[in-house]
Design a protein around this ligand. Structure first.
Ligand code: UDP
Length: 368
């Protein structure tokens, strides 16, 4: 069997790797960009700092299967992501937790709120902000409004173009109010940054005699009829020439700056939920502990995706978009041996581990 994989990000690289190694079949993998690894692409710059070109990528998973799979290609450091938010002059932990409470309020006030929270919620629970706002107690109502206003309202409006109530609840629930003292952004058992970067991981996944990588190559440049199976990780609406209309996405614009000092900020990622027009600042040297007298940061600005102008980053989870996506999904059922996967192929807000798991499961379903 001859296989074509469209897109050399984690989804495409996983399916290509599994077909080549488990089935001993030939795979051609194409990407329209001039590099592999999709939006996980990273590179060392002239200062020796590993830059995540498309924004910070922190690997985290609960899945033993995904972890074991990736460990074939890389070791990880023990970096566990923490985020601080700049909340009107105070740097405090995000997600909002008991430590944040004491960082932003005077001690007696924080203590009172802490006790009320413990009376109302089990310790270590995660409560989505839209749920957390449903409070009867006046003090907790005040707290909920504070968290909503300072952490969610303006960030979400910058990031999605609409306030939290108009964004699918699952999106804001990714960063809950956390009734805990755990400052980590993720609670997954396995977390870390690949020691030689993400691009190297994908390079190793694709380094196989059965795999041919073709960069700067669009799907339309390839004679698809020469292949027995096609795995398409590009945008599903583009595959069908937008016949039902375009699926909307959010895009991101990174403004990079190099500074002549060792560190720019206190943490790898500082969110600006209620100040400025960027959402967050990434400082890349933190991820692998790179040593340099200089430091590189990126300010992240969110914007709508426009065809031909910028890149797709985030599918927008919303009922009307799901209806449109489902129309395309119906069309895929009329095709033989063409399979869709990945953030763009499935139109789903996958984290890296979920994209890899989806590719592994699709492989098991289709190729076994
Ligand atoms: N969010 C927010 N304030 C923050 C962090 C996150 O309002 O300080 C909301 C926002 O809507 C965001 C969502 O939570 O899009 C998910 O955040 P996450 O950090 O998981 O997004 P990603 O890293 O995937 O962009």
């Amino acid at each position: 069997m001859k296989n074509l994989v469209v897109g050399a990000g984690f989804s495409g690289a996983t399916i290509a790797n599994l077909i080549a190694t488990q089935l001993d079949e030939e795979v051609v993998i194409i990407d329209k960009k001039d590099h592999i690894a999709g939006n996980c692409f990273d590179y060392r710059d002239e200062n020796g700092i590993m830059i995540h070109k498309y924004g910070s990528h922190i690997f985290h998973t609960k899945s033993e299967k995904v972890w074991a799979y990736l460990k074939q290609f890389t070791d990880f450091n023990t970096y566990m992501h923490k985020v601080v938010g700049y909340l009107d002059g105070i740097e405090a932990q995000i997600p909002f937790n008991f430590n944040t409470l004491y960082q932003v309020f005077p001690k007696t006030m924080a203590k009172n709120l802490e006790e009320k929270l413990l009376d109302n919620f089990a310790y270590n629970t995660k409560v989505p902000i839209l749920e957390f706002q449903k409070q009867d107690d006046d003090d907790l109502k005040y707290l909920a409004n504070y968290v909503y206003e300072k952490i969610f309202l303006h960030y979400t409006t910058k990031q999605w173009g609409v306030p939290p109530k108009d964004v699918d609840g699952a999106v804001t629930a990714r960063v809950p109010v956390y009734l805990s003292k755990d400052n980590r952004y993720f609670q997954d058992k396995y977390q870390g940054i690949p020691l030689e970067g993400y691009t190297k991981v994908v390079e190793k996944m694709l380094d196989h005699k059965n795999i041919e990588v073709r960069l700067n190559t669009e799907f339309k440049d390839v004679d698809a009829s020469k292949f027995d199976r096609i795995f398409y990780t590009g945008p599903i609406d583009e595959y069908f020439n937008y016949k039902f209309g375009q699926l909307p996405y959010r895009s991101v614009n990174f403004k990079f700056e190099t500074h002549n000092k060792e560190y720019y900020q206190s943490n790898a990622c500082v969110n600006y939920p209620c100040n400025y027009d960027f959402t967050r600042i990434h400082e890349y040297k933190y991820y692998l502990g790179d040593k340099s007298e200089k430091t590189v940061i990126a300010k992240e600005y969110s914007e709508f995706f426009e065809l031909g102008k910028n890149e797709r980053y985030y599918p927008i989870p919303k009922d009307e978009n799901t209806v449109l996506y489902n129309k395309y999904l119906e069309e895929t059922k009329k095709l033989d041996n063409v399979y869709f996967l990945g953030r763009l192929g499935d139109y789903k807000y996958y984290d890296m581990d979920k994209a890899i798991l989806r590719a592994i499961e699709l492989f098991e379903e289709v190729c076994k």
